[in-house]
Design a binder for this molecule. Structure first.
Ligand code: HEC
Ligand code: HEC
Length: 422
């Protein structure tokens, strides 16, 4: 039971989750209190209630979307709100000189004109669908498998990953020093670049490729390179942390409910029926809940592997995370007392074939879907959840709760309409 496993694990950290479950109870209480005047005054006048009237139960369900994430990891980056760091990050995000081949930039795959994705099933040269970049400021885990536990660690991975920038951290810094605009913005935000960066080869893919230079550095000099590198990554992630989703009438109204008791999302009849399915019979909110409609955790939804050698799931992701120099247990975490959930997770067989629950914010704009982009439309996604055609059987170590829903064509259309409104 992958989902309840992760819920249990989180609950073991009582100072985080004791509070969040208390908040849930309080919010539920509030929902009823706030709905009371509506129930008392509005209901009798509603003899001819239209199909689009929200019930107290609907409102209570919607209010659960105001729940905050259990831990905000943005504190791990002390530069996250610094305008100078953001200015460096914006410049770097769009710059091609930072990748080894000088042809790839973040924007190559995360294009604002394509809602911060590449609109492909999988990224060029890769095996994974490119996610959009909004609402990541406080996300607990990054990527489909959670290989990084902070936004800045994710950026560090991109830089050194051979499928992305494929450049060693010291060469990456050398490229910054060699570009007058990037260098100026870097130094305004983070101070002078360590002098020995100027002697680094500008073209190493990894440490082995510039071994003689790297081996010639003292431990202190290597640490200075790591710190300067992570500062640059924190700058890029400060820019990414500010990326907002496309306008959504639904989420804008949900947000207004935080301060305005009378605000409620307006949904047409199909969307409302879809919403009730989503949060009711179809059980989608078991995993897609909270303010971005994701629990931020990892589940197996029985998608059959496309190739037998693709073993890059949460299990593999956790091993990479544990071995990373730049996870939240490292000295680069700026809020070590507050942010250390990484210490609680262990690679466990229940994580096999699990992927991170994607946020559903703006989901109508980011086709194709799933970690390998296998579904071209939301209708195909809903068909899958309805019948589980071609789904993998649960393996020896896996228990999967999802059962076919056998939705009617009308119900499927309603669910697609609701997802499209997000
Ligand atoms: C070659 C295409 C490509 C390039 C270039 C690229 N990305 Fe990505 N990005 C991806 C893919 C694919 C994923 C999902 C990877 C995975 O989870 O296995 C991803 C994931 C991410 C995530 C995690 C998003 C989430 O929802 O968890 C962030 C953040 C990110 N990229 C930022 C960046 C930044 C910043 C840059 C530039 C430094 C960059 N990416 C360059 C393709 C790319
Ligand atoms: C057990 C947890 C769970 C439940 C229940 C669940 N989902 Fe998901 N959902 C996931 C995970 C995990 C993924 C990513 C799977 C992957 O790519 O391997 C996903 C992916 C998706 C995607 C694709 C998102 C993207 O960016 O590619 C959509 C859309 C979606 N789910 C909608 C729904 C709907 C609608 C329901 C209810 C019928 C539902 N989900 C029920 C966990 C769940």
């Amino acid at each position: 039971m992958a989902w309840s496993f992760s819920a249990l694990r989180l609950r073991s950290n009582s100072d985080i989750c004791g509070w969040s479950s208390m908040k849930t109870v309080m919010q539920f209480g509030w929902a009823i209190l706030l709905a009371l005047p509506w129930i008392v005054t509005a209901s009798p006048a509603m003899g001819e209630a239209t199909d689009t009237t929200l019930t107290a139960e609907d409102l209570a369900q919607i209010r659960t979307m105001l729940r905050d994430v259990p831990v905000d990891v943005s504190g791990s980056n002390r530069h996250v709100d610094d305008p100078d760091a953001i200015a460096f990050g914006r410049e770097a995000f769009f710059s091609h000189v930072l990748s080894r081949n000088r042809e790839t930039a973040c924007v190559t795959c995360h294009d604002p004109a394509r809602h911060w994705t590449d609109a492909r099933d999988v990224a060029i040269g890769g095996t994974r669908n490119t996610p959009p970049l909004w609402n990541l400021r406080g996300a607990l885990w990054m990527g489909w498998t959670g290989r990084a536990d902070s936004l800045w660690a994710q950026v560090a991975r991109v830089v050194e990953n051979e499928r992305e920038f494929s450049i060693f951290r010291a060469s990456f810094l050398r490229r910054i020093v060699d570009d007058s605009v990037l260098r100026d913005r870097y130094e305004v935000a983070f101070g002078t670049m360590p002098a020995h960066v100027r002697t680094a080869p500008s073209d190493c893919g990894n440490a082995t490729e510039c071994r003689s230079w790297w081996d010639g550095l003292s431990i202190v000099e290597r640490d200075a390179i790591d710190t300067a590198f992570i500062d640059a990554c924190k700058g890029i992630s400060a820019f990414v942390a500010g990326i907002k989703p496309p306008r959504s009438r639904f989420f804008e109204m949900v947000e207004r409910m935080r301060d305005d008791a009378a605000a409620q999302p307006q949904m047409d009849a199909r969307e409302l029926r879809g919403f009730r399915l989503f949060s009711g019979k179809a059980g989608c909110t078991m995993c897609h809940h909270g303010s971005t409609l994701s629990d931020g955790e990892f589940h197996n939804i029985r998608l059959r592997r496309r190739s037998a050698d693709d073993e890059d799931d949460r299990y593999a992701g956790l091993i990479t995370l544990r071995d990373s120099d730049f996870n939240l247990l490292s000295r680069h975490n700026d809020a070590p007392d507050r942010v250390r959930h990484t210490g609680y997770v262990r690679p466990d067989y229940t994580f096999l074939n699990s992927f991170r629950t994607p946020s559903l914010t703006g989901i109508g704009h980011t086709a194709p879907y799933m970690h390998d982009g296998r579904f071209a439309t939301l209708a195909e996604v809903v068909d899958y959840y309805s019948e589980f055609k071609g789904a993998a059987e649960a393996g020896h170590h896996e228990t999967v709760l999802l059962k076919p829903l056998f939705l009617s064509p009308q119900e499927k259309a309603d669910l697609v309409a609701f997802l499209g409104a997000l």
